[in-house]
Write a new protein. Structure first.
Ligand code: ADP
Ligand code: MG
Length: 254
């Protein structure tokens, strides 16, 4: 199977949410974690969602990406009304469109860097040779072409997060969700990881939605959204319009 994603147009809306509400039951009461949140993100943008611990950032990302069903509101992503789809189609939406990067890397302990990436690609339907080729390209792009046979225990924190990024980007996701991707990293590795996220937006046209309370990342954002206690307090564009993507030069693969 080979994928030929349609070119992503910088500045085009990738995802829009209206009136998102999410409640969790704690004991006998419900706490409202998202209180009618409106949100949108554009292709070619790094959109940072910042806010204190417990403000609802991870919950928002989960509701936007089809991982957690909201109790109210709607999400339109890649022109699909996400939460009106049957659950199998939501899974397929995630597989086809979304890449994920988490604070704790979420790598499989027993697999090499190469296998981390090929496993996901094979699950997506690529044959072994194609998956291997794409994984090598992707690992090369994050500067780990020489570390493909290492397992997580043999990699530094920064390298582990770069493997996770290679895995997320190998299939050229239209939406890239990163939840505190630099929290476990030192300054230098945090900056490498942030630059890779920025490249995914600028060179590939992905909509990068990055949750963080790491203020070092702010200077890489096109837009900064502040959330507190389940509400958006501030939404500020810090660059002009998204830069045009180099359509003839995809970030990963060909
Ligand atoms: P953030 O990512 O900004 O730190 P979260 O979205 O993880 O915040 O959590 C927001 C609030 O929702 C917190 O008070 C948290 O304890 C609560 N919460 C998150 N997930 C659950 C859950 N599955 N069950 C109950 N409460 C939850
Ligand atoms: Mg969180």
């Amino acid at each position: 199977m080979s994928q030929s994603p349609s070119p992503l147009v910088p500045g085009k809306t990738a995802i829009v949410a209206k009136g998102l509400v999410k409640r969790f039951k704690t004991g006998r009461t419900y706490i409202e974690v998202l209180k009618s949140v409106d949100f949108d993100a554009l292709h070619g943008d790094v959109t940072m969602v910042m806010g204190p611990s417990g403000s609802g950032k991870s919950t928002l990302v989960a509701c936007l990406s089809g991982l957690l069903r909201p109790d109210g509101g709607r999400v339109k992503a890649m022109d699909q009304d996400l939460w009106s789809l049957p659950s199998g189609r939501i899974d397929k939406f995630r597989l086809d469109n979304c890449g994920f990067i988490f604070q704790g890397f979420n790598l499989f302990p027993a697999l090499t860097a190469l296998q981390q990436v090929t496993t996901v690609l094979k699950y997506q339907g690529y044959d072994v040779a194609e998956a291997r080729r794409m994984a090598m390209v992707s690992l090369d792009e994050v500067g780990l072409g020489h570390r493909v046979n290492q397992r997580p225990s043999e990699l530094s924190g920064g390298e582990k997060q770069r493997v996770a990024i290679a895995r997320a980007l190998a299939k050229q996701p239209r939406l890239l969700f990163a939840d505190e991707p630099t929290s476990a990293l030192d300054g230098e590795n945090g900056q490498i990881v942030t630059r890779l996220l920025q490249r995914a937006a600028k060179e590939h046209g992905a909509a990068v939605i990055c949750v963080t309370h790491d203020h070092r990342m702010e200077s890489f954002a096109d837009r900064v959204i502040h959330i507190e206690d389940g509400r958006i307090l501030d939404d500020r564009r810090v660059t002009s319009q998204p830069a045009p993507a180099a359509a003839d030069r995809p970030l990963i693969g060909a």
